[in-house]
Ligand binder design. Structure first.
Ligand code: FAD
Length: 397
């Protein structure tokens, strides 16, 4: 389902910057920065070969063919702009608060301080995906993706076993190839005795990032946004200006909690009537917290929403909060609450999950990794699995 706009970012003056599918329409909410937004994203949209390259491993050579020549100008442009910090690129590209905040809110998905190198690349990638494809979501929720994929696998004769924790290789049937949708720490625990000691040490050194604190709400009606435009997008970023988000994400990077955190709000039921009874709404949101945090951020998140939508708290019928430990209990891949399968900084971009030419492989010829701990990192894009499957086909078959 496509909401009418992919993203909105409200500010304290009661207005909002809105990311539309079209560059020109996006400019309409950005005032004097309309041209600057087109100038920044325009060159990225000129090549339809850029996105597959961005969602591939850096050492694509043996898994994918080398980048096509006609993608090189866009790739070079992306590298020049994207390797720096989101804070730097935002300040250098835009004059006003709206465009700066809109860009920084996208870059904050990196779960890194916005002054850190490479965060600009996250802002560019998410903006590019929004302009090129939109930010759609499945009707009925993410379970619909799982149901579609499992139905397809069953049609092909595949079998799925659920509700069984894998603790050792012996828990798995014999196979020519085993692909683990897990992070390095878990692979060491399950298959460590099949891997050389040096490789196990590399996996043990893999770094995990900050976590998320998530709240789900049942509401008596839509969020009463001050800026009406926020009802056009399923995703709303809260956190105020670039300066404010830079400082709140810096705090998380230093192991602290911000009382005005960057908050990612998802309000899909506005567009998908299957998500809530008639007249009611369901909404979830999360903010970033230090990995393993035990602080309850419910009040801080609700007060950020209330700031941009006075009266929000009066609409709450019920809530469920999940801290980092609940997240990890819910999904063992979310180590310390990290939903991206490990820090996505410059050094771990080249060593994700280890510095191998084919990062999906391990020294054991039949063991592969297909999780978000491999390129291109966190997200429901399926590309880690795609590249891991290609690696396994080449090596084990
Ligand atoms: C609230 C929230 C919102 C998000 N929103 C978005 C979004 O809008 N867009 C986006 O692109 N990404 C989003 N993400 C991030 C995205 O969901 C993750 O980055 C992605 O799912 C990670 O994929 P993965 O393949 O590494 O592992 P996962 O999808 O985490 O799958 C790993 C599976 O392995 C299972 N498992 C773990 N250990 C074992 C074991 N020992 N035995 C058996 N099974 C095991 C787990 O239970 C889990 O089912 C969101 C994440 C969260 C939490």
């Amino acid at each position: 389902m496509h909401p009418s706009a992919p993203l909105a970012h409200p500010l304290d003056d009661g207005s909002a910057a809105v990311l539309e599918r079209s560059l020109t329409a996006t400019g309409e909410s950005l005032g004097d920065d309309a041209r600057a937004w087109r100038k920044l994203f325009g060159p990225l949209l000129r090549s339809d070969k850029l996105i597959p390259q961005l969602l591939s491993p850096m050492t694509a050579g043996r898994v994918l063919p080398p980048p096509p020549v006609d993608a090189l100008p866009a790739l070079t442009y992306f590298a020049l702009k994207g390797l720096g910090s989101a804070e730097g690129l935002s300040r250098a590209s835009f004059e006003g608060d709206r465009a700066r905040a809109l860009f920084a809110g996208m870059a904050a998905h990196a779960l890194l301080p916005l002054r850190q190198r490479l965060t600009a690349g996250f802002g560019l990638t998410l903006g590019l995906l929004a302009h090129a494809f939109g930010w759609p979501f499945p009707q009925g929720g993410s379970q619909a993706i799982v149901s579609a994929l499992s139905a397809h696998l069953k049609e092909l004769g595949g079998e799925i076993v659920v509700g069984q924790r894998v603790r050792a290789m012996g828990d798995l049937p014999p196979a020519r190839a085993t692909l683990f949708d897990l992070t390095p720490r878990q692979i060491n625990a399950i298959a460590g005795d099949r891997l050389p000691a040096r490789f196990r040490r590399t996996y043990a050194r893999f770094r995990y990032g900050p976590g998320v604190f998530k709240v789900d709400w049942a509401l008596d009606g839509p969020i009463p946004w001050k800026a009406e435009e926020c009802t056009r997008a399923a995703t709303v970023h809260l956190g105020g200006t670039l300066d404010e988000m830079t400082s709140s994400e810096d705090a998380v990077g230093r192991g602290r909690h911000s009382d005005r955190p960057y908050v990612l709000v998802a309000q899909q039921s506005l567009f998908d009537p299957t998500r809530a009874p008639e007249g009611k709404q369901t909404v979830w949101a999360y903010c970033h917290v230090p990995g393993g945090s035990t602080v309850d951020m419910t009040a801080a998140i609700e007060s950020q929403i209330e700031r941009f939508a006075p009266g929000f708290c009066d609409r709450i019928l019920g809530r469920a909060s999940m801290g980092t430990q609940d997240m990890e209990r819910h999904n063992s891949n979310y180590i310390g609450g990290d939903i991206n399968g490990g820090v996505q900084d410059l050094s771990q971009m080249f060593r994700r999950p280890s510095a191998r030419w084919v990062p999906y492989s391990t020294p054991a010829k039949d063991i592969f990794v297909c999780s978000s701990s491999t390129p291109p990192g966190g997200g429901v894009h399926g590309m880690s699995g795609y590249h891991a499957a290609r690696a396994a086909l080449r090596r084990a078959f």
